[in-house]
Design a protein around this ligand. Sequence first.
Ligand code: NAP
Length: 231
Amino acid sequence: MTTAFIAGATGYTGRSVVTSCLARGITTVAHVRPDSSRLDSWTSTFEGQGATVDSSPWTPEGMAAAMRRHQPDFVFALLGTTAKRGKTDGGSYETVDYGLSVLLLGAAATVEPWPCFVYLSSTGADGPAINAYMKARVRVEKAIVDLGINHLIARPSFISGDDRDENRPAERVGATVVDGFLNTLSAVGLKGPRAKYGSITGAQLAEALVKLSTEGSRGVVEAAGLQAAAT
Ligand SMILES: NC(=O)c1ccc[n+]([C@@H]2O[C@H](COP(=O)([O-])OP(=O)(O)OC[C@H]3O[C@@H](n4cnc5c(N)ncnc54)[C@H](OP(=O)(O)O)[C@@H]3O)[C@@H](O)[C@H]2O)c1
């Protein structure tokens, strides 16, 4: 029996990772933060789908206890805040994108044998860390590699789709403009840039993450590899 623990299960990508894991018959644990204003509704949604809900606190002890309880084979780290969200809940790229991801990594390393750590990073995380968002990704990737845990690091381009419930106009417009341009290039035979920089929906990305990780892919997968695995 394979077990997956999904942190960030309530996010655009995370909720589809829950669905993709369940569709493969994986015992699926969806983490919902205990202070979530939607804890009850997420619990009924995920339990209705057949997942187990864990609402352990975001502390090293709380997460290590969750790992002991569930003994996951795969731990998905799909967490992230935005500058806008941080203004209301106080989170930042430093405390959420970096802090919670490495807290989860530390907890995952308490499981024997170590699970595979699946981390949702971003395209460009192998380049210069030009801002706090990218710095967080570079540092989490380094922490994973330095630890030596089995891992799959995914570096998608835009994660976007009509089914995203949070209004992110800048991201949506960015994805639409970039996709339009890349489709034009693709139509004249230049397909590489679309594979590298084109947007991916949460459901497609989730399918790629679950498929690649459970079928044994390890290391880093760039946007083109995610697009290919999703189709
Ligand atoms: N969007 C893009 O184009 C793009 C591209 C490349 C990489 N990424 C990265 O991919 C990751 C996932 O993206 P996504 O679009 O699926 O994310 P999303 O929909 O914004 O979901 C983020 C998840 O992080 C959790 N979270 C946020 N702040 C938190 C806090 N203070 N404490 C605990 N949990 C918190 C959310 O929980 P709640 O629901 O409880 O708030 C949610 O489960 C993020 O790191 C993102 O930056 C995004």
